[in-house]
Ligand binder design. Structure first.
Ligand SMILES: [Ca+2]
Ligand SMILES: [Ca+2]
Ligand SMILES: [Ca+2]
Ligand SMILES: [Ca+2]
Length: 461
């Protein structure tokens, strides 16, 4: 019988070594694992901190925008010339501690065909009166918007009108009842432009077009066909969707600079108007103007018509324009288009202007930048009848602005973007809409991206 021999000394030492090695290996991998996850944790904490900085900068930017809107040299006029340099509304890479913010703006004088890839982003507030108001524009006006069809324009009007009568090509209750799942036709005014998604026949391509990050300029993925989303036509120009051209917020200011109600240009305001004219000019000049205006019961329907009929000079009219309103209780002044800030594509939708005269208005603006504080100059470009027709849809002043604010934290990290709509129509400034647009991705263009990259690499060295 064989008695089992104890393991030799050397074999026992060998297995101990193997065990020690395994333990050491385990400890090393644990150390590596925790080291790596701590680094990850640190980096993500750093990003979270940067994002919080960006959010704080954006909140500050919104307050700054409210201040600018309520402190304009001429209320409702927001051209570069009118704004004092100490609080210019052009805001680019404004530092707030380690963070920065930008206003993502638009160029009103860009060509109808869109902006080329070389066109830079403009950093400023956006005038909501530079767009068509979904709640007041007619089917005819809506139909002329880029990417719009007559059927879709009719469906938009059917969505907001209170009746159930289907407009030509439009959609009411029975169309929406057939959807899966079905829903009701709103039959009430639009409360946001995003509500357009609900309208029958609408697609994301029509809404956003090539400009999927909604910054008004051509980004690399928006000019490469279908290499990356979205599909685009790679023609070197941005072809934006409907969202670029429509609003639900535009409205006229109801108050004068001193906070009192504006004077009606209708019969009910005639006495106040007479007082204003004699105060601003003289009693005799006032009488001349009132005489030219004629019968108070056939009052002008718009400020532009008032100007044309009054035979005032533009310089005279500018002095009283902010005191007057064409709004009546039956027809509140909602949705007028500011002829000084609307693009050519938008102006072409206005009755009396059209595609033939819109380019002339834009070229007048380019050559007369110091005239963009009034609606009166339109009568120097359009003939009288067309000016009177267009006047009902136009204004020279705005009360509602968008601050589309992008911000980054330290070292360009933690990108965030929030859009604020600021309404000053009742005096003061109220934020009436806030929308987080961070999910649309980087919207500050290639130039700012490169600047941020350089900043990071300088700091890494
Ligand atoms: Ca309806
Ligand atoms: Ca874009
Ligand atoms: Ca693309
Ligand atoms: Ca294009």
């Amino acid at each position: 019988m064989k008695i089992p021999q104890p393991l030799s000394r050397s074999a026992s030492r060998g297995s101990t070594l193997v065990i020690v090695l395994w333990v050491a290996l385990g400890l090393v991998s644990l150390a590596l694992y925790f080291g790596h996850s701590t680094a990850l944790e640190l980096r993500s904490a750093d990003h979270r901190a940067a994002a919080i900085e960006a959010e704080q900068a954006i909140a500050g930017a919104a307050r700054f925008a409210c201040y600018v809107v309520t402190n304009l040299t001429t209320p409702g006029v927001i051209t570069d010339l009118e704004v004092a340099p100490t609080y210019r509304y052009v805001a680019e890479a404004v530092p707030v501690g380690d963070a920065k913010f930008w206003f993502i703006g638009r160029d009103a004088n860009r060509q109808t065909t869109g902006m080329g890839s070389a066109d830079p982003l403009l950093f400023k507030l956006v005038d909501e009166s530079s767009k068509l108001n979904l709640n007041t524009a007619t089917v005819e006006m809506l139909s002329l918007l880029p990417r719009m069809t007559p059927e879709l324009a009719a469906a938009i009007v059917d969505w907001r009108d209170t009746n159930e009568e289907v407009s030509d090509g439009g959609a009411e209750e029975e169309t929406y009842a057939r959807f899966n799942p079905p829903y009701r036709c709103k039959n009430a005014p639009f409360e946001s432009v995003d509500e357009l998604r609900m309208v029958a026949g609408m697609t994301m391509l029509i809404l956003a077009g090539e400009d999927t990050n909604r910054n008004g300029i051509l980004d690399p993925n928006e000019d490469d066909l279908d290499t990356s989303a979205p599909w685009d036509n790679r023609d070197g120009r941005i072809d934006p969707g409907l969202l670029e051209y429509v609003t639900v917020y535009s409205k006229e200011s109801q108050v004068r600079a001193d906070g009192t109600a504006k004077i009606s240009i209708g019969a009910q305001g005639r006495q106040e108007l007479a007082t204003l004219l004699s105060e601003k000019f003289s009693a005799s000049r006032g009488n001349e103007i009132l005489g030219a205006l004629g019968n108070p019961n056939q009052a002008p329907a718009s400020l532009l018509e008032f100007f044309v009929r009054s035979r005032m000079t533009i310089d005279e009219f500018v002095q009283i324009e902010g005191e007057l309103t064409a709004a009546t209780t039956q027809q509140p002044a909602t949705g007028l288009v500011n002829v000084n800030s609307a693009t050519e594509a938008l102006l072409a939708c206005i009755p009396g202007i059209g595609t033939d005269m819109a380019p002339n208005l834009v070229s007048y603006r380019r050559s007369n930048p110091n005239r963009l504080n009034t609606v009166a100059w339109v009568s120097e470009v359009l003939e009288r009848d067309r000016a009177v027709q267009a006047g009902r849809y136009l204004t020279g002043r705005s009360a509602v602005y968008t601050a589309d604010v992008a911000g980054v934290g330290h070292l360009g990290r933690g990108y965030r973007r929030v859009r604020f709509v600021i309404d000053s129509s009742e005096g003061g400034a109220r934020i009436v809409h806030r929308q987080d647009l961070t999910h649309l991705g980087w919207a500050l263009g290639r130039q700012v991206w490169q600047q941020q990259e350089q900043l990071v690499s300088r700091n890494m060295r």
